[in-house]
Design a protein around this ligand. Structure first.
Ligand code: ZN
Ligand code: FE
Length: 239
């Protein structure tokens, strides 16, 4: 499976996932650059996969469906809030892009019905606003316990899994992470690489499960209470 990253708005990433003669769009905030990226490669958009209902993830559902006739799959728990949804999917259900098989992982916390899409053969995870590089989503609709459990599910995926999250928040996340674990050498090394990437205009996404496990203060919290304290501290952090 080939993945193309389309930066849109101030810090969103929309993804094209292509395999065989099919192309999926993950979380289309806007239509034009996404349609252009597909057209430039001669790819036909056949489906949209939404991780959650927030407007910066579903904003172009109807425009892309209108332009391509694609099918839309989104979280069953938020189906009434997903524009143009054709298929509501929940934990353990299969999705496929060409010959690439994926599975839905239910990861509530940022929103109540948030989905992630994991393509095991390709080693690719689309996790929306649940897991970020060095961060995690804000708890708009869920509890710390839910998000802690959701992150634990994602951390059980293979080390080499590439983590395609929906925002370029990494540098701000890094400023907080180093206050939590000032003595973490892997984190310090990662921060240098992040700053270099951003200074030259390169993305810091995708990450990997291995890298998050070693450096992300939210997935490294020992229990729900420590996770909750870190999430609250990050919400209040002005770095
Ligand atoms: Zn969101
Ligand atoms: Fe978002």
């Amino acid at each position: 499976m080939e993945v193309v990253q389309v930066p849109v708005l101030s810090d969103n990433y929309v993804y094209l996932a292509h395999d065989g003669d099919e192309t999926a769009v993950i979380d289309p905030a806007v239509a034009e650059p996404v349609l252009a990226a597909a057209a430039a490669r001669g790819w036909r958009i056949t489906q949209i996969l939404n991780t959650h209902w927030h407007p910066d993830h579903v904003g172009a559902n109807l425009a892309i469906k209108e332009a391509t006739g694609c099918q839309i799959a989104g979280p069953a728990g938020e189906a009434s809030k997903i524009p143009g949804i054709d298929r509501a999917v929940a934990d353990g259900e299969q999705v496929a892009v060409g010959g690439a098989e994926g599975v839905v992982i239910d990861v509530p916390g940022h929103t109540a019905g948030h989905n992630a899409y994991y393509f095991a053969g390709a080693g690719v995870l689309f996790c929306g606003d649940t897991l970020f590089a060095l961060g995690c989503g804000r708890l708009f609709e869920g509890t710390p316990g839910q998000m802690h459990a959701s992150l634990a599910k994602l951390m059980a995926l293979p080390d080499a899994t590439r983590v395609y999250c929906a925002h370029e928040y990494t540098q701000a996340n890094a400023r907080f992470a180093v206050t939590v674990e000032p003595g973490n050498a892997a984190l310090a090394e990662r921060v240098v690489a992040i700053d270099a990437a951003r200074a030259s205009g390169r993305p810091t996404v995708p990450s990997t499960i291995r890298l998050e496990r070693a450096t992300n203060p939210f997935v490294r919290a020992r229990d729900v209470a420590e996770f909750a304290a870190r999430r609250a501290a990050k919400d209040a952090f002005r770095g």
